[in-house]
Design a protein around this ligand. Structure first.
Ligand code: URA
Length: 223
């Protein structure tokens, strides 16, 4: 079992907890480090209760591209870093083949706590709901404001929903760039875990190629 969250242990006084949407929250952070520290004690939705920790985004403030996944998985929850588990390995390999250096881009998630169902000793991934996605947009909005990337990449449906504010049919829309009212450009593609779930090896390889093509297109969109 993960150790209880610092809130649950009573180590973080309530006055330091960010307030739910609609109320006055903490002041606008001046840096990603400050924002990360604020997010560590987030209770904007109930997911903090069972997760080990907030898994915040990672990467340089001057990143040309921000990649947004769904939520941390089991390994990310334990490590405190995004995309370090099986989906992260697929992501890393394909980024490298496309000529994108992972440590030069910013990688984050639409939802920053691991949502799961306990099954025996295992923790099974559970999809975040619309309320949880909405509550966590607060953090991603500020990450994007601070970084101001050339392109934001939605990896899968949850990220696309969070970034575009509506449900998006990802397999139909993949490879397309949408410009939001605030000028942020969002490139939509699949989540790398989709490749992991394909059983047929020829189909898996074809999907890897399609994802590689998408990553090459993203590289061109980075200034
Ligand atoms: N899947 C995600 O969407 N994000 C991660 O960080 C890991 C797996």
């Amino acid at each position: 079992m993960p150790s209880p969250h610092p809130h649950a242990r009573g180590e973080i006084p309530e006055r330091h907890w960010p307030k739910p949407e609609g109320e006055v929250g903490p002041p606008q952070a001046a840096s990603l480090d400050e924002l990360r520290a604020q997010a560590e004690v987030c209770r904007r939705c109930p997911l903090w209760r069972d997760a080990t920790r907030t898994v915040f985004g990672e990467g340089p403030r001057d990143a040309g591209a921000v990649f947004v996944g769904e939520q941390p998985g089991d390994q990310e929850d334990l490590a405190g870093k995004p995309f370090v588990g099986p989906a992260g390995r697929v992501f890393d390999q394909i980024l490298e083949t496309a000529g994108i250096e992972r440590d030069k881009v910013y990688v984050t998630n639409a939802v920053k706590h691991f949502k799961f169902e306990p099954r025996g000793k295992r923790r099974i991934h559970s999809k975040p709901n619309a309320g949880e996605i909405q509550a966590c947009r607060w953090w991603m909005g500020q990450e994007l404001d601070l970084i101001g990337p050339d392109i934001v990449v939605a990896l899968g449906a949850t990220a696309a929903q969070s970034l575009l504010g509506k449900a998006v049919p990802v397999t139909k829309m993949r490879g397309r760039t949408f410009e939001r009212e605030d000028g942020v450009r969002v490139f939509v593609t699949i989540h790398p875990s989709f490749i992991l779930r394909i059983r047929d090896s020829a189909d898996k390889e074809a999907e890897r190629e399609r994802f590689l093509d998408d990553m090459k297109a993203v590289k061109k969109l980075m200034a």
